[in-house]
Design a protein around this ligand. Structure first.
Ligand code: AMP
Length: 272
């Protein structure tokens, strides 16, 4: 199972990703987490990314695409993955298509969590307050100012991906404002529907798949001989009976008169 979770920061992608990975035994690939880890490890890429992340800007496409290309080749990703926070631009989505195509892999679904941005801001502020209250470390980009920038970046650069995947027929939208369990149930329904659709497509494709050899045989050599059309059985008529009919018809046409009479008579003469 290969999935993408699409939605602005704070939409609940991380929570749903955790549920999906345990259900489908796949891995959670969050570019945000990977970049934060690289920043904490002090790698050159990580440090460069950190400056952008702290401002709420996107990290360059080639950096994140290289991270994902490397990550999907790891053995633990063989069974599938759920991408969270990637792709974030159309260029990244196109790069992902290429990466998957080169590996003969396909995306199963793109799940978009639709949210109300105003409520979202409150949600994130509450989450931050809760983390501080529990003595947890708060992300440096989880403050109202940076958050507004992240939402603006989402609107401008990531939201177009909704249409990108809708045009490929693999995007499903769920209400991200619903309670967490309801969102999970909606995602389950969406994936079940997608699987049923996939199965029906496969059955149709199998039914349509006739080997070229069998096809040509079917055209040139029909298995069963077409039956000769049998002539409708009619009793041979005696000469006397035929003569009777003709004379009856002649009398009838005499009664009618006009053009038809002469035409009719000509035909009857021939018949005789
Ligand atoms: P996230 O944890 O997904 O909210 O990401 C946090 C930050 O990491 C974002 O605001 C970006 O600065 C950066 N980032 C994460 N994923 C990407 C991506 N696919 N493309 C560009 N920047 C990203």
């Amino acid at each position: 199972m290969r999935l993408i979770l699409l939605g602005p920061p704070g939409a609940g992608k991380g929570t749903q990703a955790q549920r999906l990975i345990s259900k489908y035994r796949i891995v959670h690939l969050s570019t945000g987490d990977m970049l934060r880890a690289a920043g904490a490890a002090g790698t050159p890429v990580g440090l460069q990314a950190k400056a952008k992340m702290d401002r709420g800007e996107l990290v360059p496409d080639d950096v994140v695409v290289a991270i994902i290309a490397n990550r999907i080749d790891q053995p633990d990703a063989k069974n599938g993955f759920v991408l969270d926070g990637f792709p974030r631009t159309v260029a990244q989505a196109e790069a992902l298509d290429r990466l998957l195509g080169e590996r003969s892999l396909k995306l199963d679904a793109v799940i978009e969590l639709a949210v109300d941005e105003d409520i979202l801001l409150d949600r994130i502020q509450n989450r931050v307050a809760d983390m501080i209250a529990h003595g947890k470390t708060v992300r440096s980009d989880d403050n109202p100012e940076v958050l507004k920038g992240r939402l603006a970046a989402y609107r401008a650069q990531t939201a177009p991906l909704s249409y990108y995947y809708a045009s490929k027929g693999i995007r499903g939208v769920v209400d991200g404002m619903a309670p967490v369990d309801e969102v999970t149930a909606a995602i389950d329904r969406l994936l079940a529907k997608g699987r049923a659709k996939g199965r029906a497509k496969a059955v149709k494709a199998r039914a349509r798949k006739v080997s070229p050899k069998a096809k040509s045989k079917a055209i040139t050599r029909p298995k069963t001989k077409p039956k000769a059309r049998s002539k409708p059985k009619s009793k041979p008529r005696s000469k006397a009976a035929s003569r009777k009919t003709v004379s009856r018809a002649r009398n009838k046409s005499k009664d009618k008169g006009g053009m038809r009479k002469s035409g009719h008579r000509r035909r009857l003469t021939k018949a005789r």
